[in-house]
Each structure stands twice: as C-alpha cells, then as structure tokens.
Design a binder for this molecule. Structure first.
Ligand code: C2E
Ligand code: MG
Ligand code: MG
Length: 540
C-alpha cells in the first residue's frame, strides 16, 4: 500500500510503479519461498531478525538486500505488514573479497593452505564414500632461496607467479593447485574425473618446468622436488598432508627435480630426524661430537700435505650417526653455526699440536668444511675463524676452508667481501664437491679461490670412459691456468690413482690412502711417513 520514494534509488522503480506490482515480482525466484515464509512468520516485535535475499533492479540486475519485517496488523494506524529493506551489496562484495583473501594467496591468486586443506578434507570424504583414489602432491622448488638472494625478492615473486601459472596449465580444472607458502605448492588430484595417477601429474609438472623461465633478464632453470601421497597409505586429511610432506622431503634429499611416492618407511625416517634434531642440540652441549681427519696426499709420493677435518657423532644409544644425517639437520636448525665454530677451534688446535710436535717438518694444513648456512649471517665466518686462530695460536696458512658452489651463488657481493677478508687474514679457500653444483666457471675467477676439490663422481667415472678423462684433464688445466691446486676426492683404487697421475692431477684424498682417522691415527701416519730427522740435516 505504500512504498518510500527511496526505492527508486535502490531498485530503479518509481514508488508508484511498485505499488502496481506484487512484492514477489521484486524477489529472485530462488528466494521467493523464503521471503514468503518470513512474511508469514513476521510478528510485531521481532525486529532483530534480518533476512538476506536478492531484489530485482528495474534494469534486470540482482541487488543483495537485507530485510526486516513487522506484522503491524493489530496497529490500527497501519493494519499491514511492514517490510524494511536495505541494500547490502557493498558489504556482500566486501565479505566475498575478504573470504577470497582469507582463502587465496595474494601473490599467485591460487588457493592457500586453509582452502587446500578444506578441499582435501572434502575429497577424502568423497573418495571414501565412492571407494575412489586420491592423490596429494607437495611441490617444492629447488634452490628458490638462491634466486631470491641473488636476483632479489621481486624476481623471486615473479618466478613464483610464473610457476603457479605453469602448474595451473599442466593440471586439469578438476584438480586443485594451491600455494602453501614460500616456494611450496600443492596439488589435489581426484580420480573421479578419469584415471590420472599422482605420478602422471608429477611427471607433467617436471615437464612443465623444463622450459627456462625468463626472470629479470635472466634465463633460469627451475626444478622442483615432488612428494606424492596416495589415499591408501593414510585415510585422514592430516595423514595425507603429512605423508606428502615426508615424501617431498625424501625426494629433496635425493637430489634436484625428483618425485617420490610416500612409503611407510619414510615415516620412520622422519621420526628419526625429529629425534636426531633434539639429540643433536644435547650432543653439542654435552661434547659428544668429535673430529676425524682424512689425509690429503701428494699423488707423486703419497706425502701427507694436509688433512680434512670431518665431524663425527657417536651416540651412546643410537651408535655412530653419519654426517649425511646430522649435518643437514644442523643446517636446518641453525645449529651448524655452533657446530661450525666448534670444529674450527678443534681443527686449529689440532693443527697447532701437530706443528709443535714436529717443528722441523712442513706443517700439515687442516681443511674445514664450512656450510652455506654459515655465510648467511654476514661476518660470522670471519669472526669464527679469527676466534679459532686466536684461541689456538695456529698460523692462518695452516687453515683451509672448504665451501660449496652454493655459497658463491648466494648474495655475491656480501660473500665476495667476506671471502676477501678471509684471504687477507691468510686463510686459504677451497671449492668442495666441485662439479656437482652450478659449475658456472666464471666464479673461479671472480672469487679468491686457492683449491678446487673435484667431486668423487669424476674419479668414479674415470675407469668407465674416455669422456670423463677429458673432463678431469680440463679441470686440471683450468687449475693450472688460474693457479689453483686441483684435488681429486674419493680415490679408492690403484687404477684411479694411475689415471689421475697420468692426467697430471697432483693432490688426492680417499680410502686408498687412508680413511678418516682420529688424532692418534693421523699422528701415527705422520710419524711413519717422515721419521723425525736429526735437526742437523734439516738444512740439507
Ligand atoms: P665432504 O666434505 O665432501 O667430505 C668427504 C667425504 O667423503 C667424507 O665423508 C669422507 O669420509 C668421504 N670419503 C673420503 N674418501 C672416500 C673414498 O675413497 N670413498 C668414499 N666412498 N668416500 C670417501 P663424511 O665424513 O661422511 O662426510 C660427509 C659430508 O658431510 C662431507 O662431505 C661434508 O660435506 C659434511 N661434513 C662433515 N663434517 C662436516 C663439518 O664439520 N661441517 C660441515 N659443514 N660439513 C661437514
Ligand atoms: Mg669437504
Ligand atoms: Mg667433498
């Protein structure tokens, strides 16, 4: 019977025009029953119950409104039902946007972890009802940190966006691709839309990443490690996610660009890692770690030139734990900073003791592994080295630091500065595991490197074909050209030694000469090779 004129602004109709219509004409067909019921149930004082429905604009669009209705039939001045409606379109849009933001990653627009978990939860329930398969993939980029550190965050963001696009393109629309955070993505694959196993999807992802990425005027190769969890190994959502994560960790530990499907043994490995993490902290505090030394020898006469210090952990109950198990944990947890400082001091003190006990002989240098993580806090390594030299009284020329190629790929300016400072102190620098990383040779000229330790894989392959001999020869020639000493790692047999000697490689390390030994073991070795000479013929 009456409509306030403001309706024109809201719905485009003049109030008189509305009076000629049924109120139901203004209501979205799907909402009509609800509004009708609301009107039937209206009372005189139920003003706090607001209903949401869609009203039709004269131009055909739907407006989100909220309404309150009062039954005022008993009120003599009204005798009717009063419906108050309010345009809540902006608020609804805002809510939608907030909901989208809460469930999507703003960088890539992909669903985020909460939404992904929700989708997995529903998929698990569906799969259980219909007895169908289901796979969850965790996709983690390899070396993303290097890109971020060397090319900057904007480049890192750009890469993540491009990866997100490729993941989206190589999956079906029924699959969910999500970004879980950082450089970690996830994919939910439901079997309901045809057979497509988790492994098929993983292979497509590897393929999709094969083409280089154009980032900040660079052509980047990007690989990902993928963990696959299948419904059969864990029924619940939590188990699926946990299993995919563990499988991804396992893929990552096997090298770059691999995928692994979850196996129950991985769970045990993860448990062990967890246990080692807390045990390592305690072991460091309790002084349970020790150092072994492996000789580096002159290949011509097998004279010991130096030794590499290698951390050893003998756990009272778990037995001896290899560095491949605890060094990665130390790196992840940051304990490597503490471990690194400790081994530097131990090694320098040891070098000093050997020098004091054999003053007449050429001092045996110690080579200490320094992890990339130790370089991430600028200045730390320089400080630790200075402290170790000071505390031990060792001469800087007796210390060699072994770093991997990944260190040089970090923040180049900061690393270069730090390496120069170390060189100025008189400490020598070696590239460890050369040939396994980036092998961008330009850095050999860019940084003050004194030694290159050729990875064991070069030596392993030597007996297998001429191609590898050529590779070793070129590394040796490179060393000569750049005035660096080339060390062959992992020499186990006479034939390898012979080939290396033939290729003019002058220094080597490996079980063929000696396994890593404790202080006494090396002492005996040094005594055996160079019986102490009479000081009188030292000059001769
Ligand atoms: P790396 O620096 O490349 O050390 C050489 C590894 O090769 C040592 O293993 C050594 O025992 C082994 N090796 C030497 N000769 C042979 C051989 O002829 N055949 C075979 N199969 N292996 C040989 P280890 O002691 O198990 O250490 C493994 C890795 O753990 C090291 O590789 C190094 O990256 C890391 N690591 C050990 N101690 C430390 C440490 O104090 N700090 C850091 N940051 N890393 C360490
Ligand atoms: Mg080493
Ligand atoms: Mg090595």
């Amino acid at each position: 019977r009456y409509v306030t004129p403001v309706i024109e602004r809201m719905l485009g109709y003049a109030s008189e025009a509305v009076l000629d219509m049924s109120v139901l004409d203004l209501i979205h067909p799907d909402d009509r029953d609800g509004v009708a019921q609301m009107l039937r149930e209206a009372s005189a004082d139920d003003g706090d119950r607001a209903d949401r429905w869609r009203a039709r604009h004269r131009e055909g669009s739907w407006i989100d409104v909220e309404s309150v209705s009062f039954d005022l039939n008993d009120d003599k001045s009204v005798r009717g039902t009063v419906l108050t409606i309010r345009d809540v379109g902006d608020r609804v849009k805002m809510e939608d946007q907030l909901r989208h933001q809460a469930f999507h990653d703003s960088l890539t627009g992909l669903p985020n972890r909460s939404l992904f978990e929700d989708r997995v939860r529903h998929a698990v329930a569906r799969a259980r009802r219909h007895g169908r398969g289901l796979a969850v993939l965790f996709v983690d980029l390899d070396d993303f940190k290097t890109v971020n550190d060397s090319l900057g965050h904007a480049a890192g963001d750009d890469l993540l966006r491009q990866v997100a696009e490729r993941l989206d393109e190589c999956t079906r629309t029924s699959d969910t691709v999500a970004r879980l955070g950082g450089d970690e993505f996830a994919i939910l694959v439901e079997e309901s839309s045809g057979p497509d196993s988790g492994e098929d999807v993983a292979n497509r992802v590897h393929c999709a990443l094969e083409t280089t990425f154009a980032i900040a005027e660079h052509e980047l190769f990007v690989h990902a490690s993928i963990g696959i969890a299948l419904a059969e190994h864990g029924a619940t959502t939590e188990e699926m996610l946990r299993n995919a994560d563990m499988a991804m960790y396992s893929a990552k530990s096997m090298g770059k660009g691999r995928s692994e499907t979850f196996r129950p043994t991985m769970y045990m490995a993860a448990q062990r890692r967890l246990q080692l993490t807390s045990e390592l902290r305690r072991a460091l505090r309790d002084g349970e770690l020790s150092v072994n030394y492996q000789p580096l020898v002159n290949l011509e006469n097998q004279q010991v030139l130096g030794v590499e210090a290698l951390a050893r952990w003998e756990h009272p109950e778990m037995g001896s734990i290899p560095p491949q198990d605890f060094i990665p944990i130390a790196e992840e947890t940051g304990l490597i900073i503490e471990l690194g400082a400790w081994i530097l001091i131990e090694a320098c003190k040891q070098a000093r003791r050997w020098q004091e006990s054999r003053p007449a002989e050429r001092p045996v240098y110690v080579s200490v592994n320094v992890s990339a993580r130790q370089f991430r806090q600028p200045g730390t390594v320089v400080e630790q080295v200075a402290a170790a030299l000071r505390e031990s009284g060792a001469d800087p020329s007796m210390l060699v630091l072994e770093i991997t190629e990944s260190v040089l790929m970090q923040d180049r300016v900061a690393v270069s500065k730090e390496l120069s400072e170390l060189q100025n102190v008189g400490v020598r620098l070696a590239i460890d595991d050369f040939g396994t990383g980036y092998s961008a040779l330009s850095y050999l000229r860019e940084f003050p490197i004194d030694m290159v330790k050729m990875d064991q894989s070069f030596v392993d392959d030597l007996s297998q074909g001429a191609g590898d001999a050529a590779l070793v020869r070129s590394v040796v020639e490179l060393g000569e050209a750049l005035d660096m000493q080339i060390v062959a790692e992992g020499i186990e047999r006479q034939d390898q030694l012979d080939s290396l000697s033939g290729l003019q490689c002058s220094v080597g390390q490996g079980y063929f000469f000696s396994r890593p030994l404790n202080e006494d073991g090396i002492g005996a070795l040094l005594d055996a090779q160079a019986p102490r000479r009479d000081p009188s013929d030292a000059a001769a």
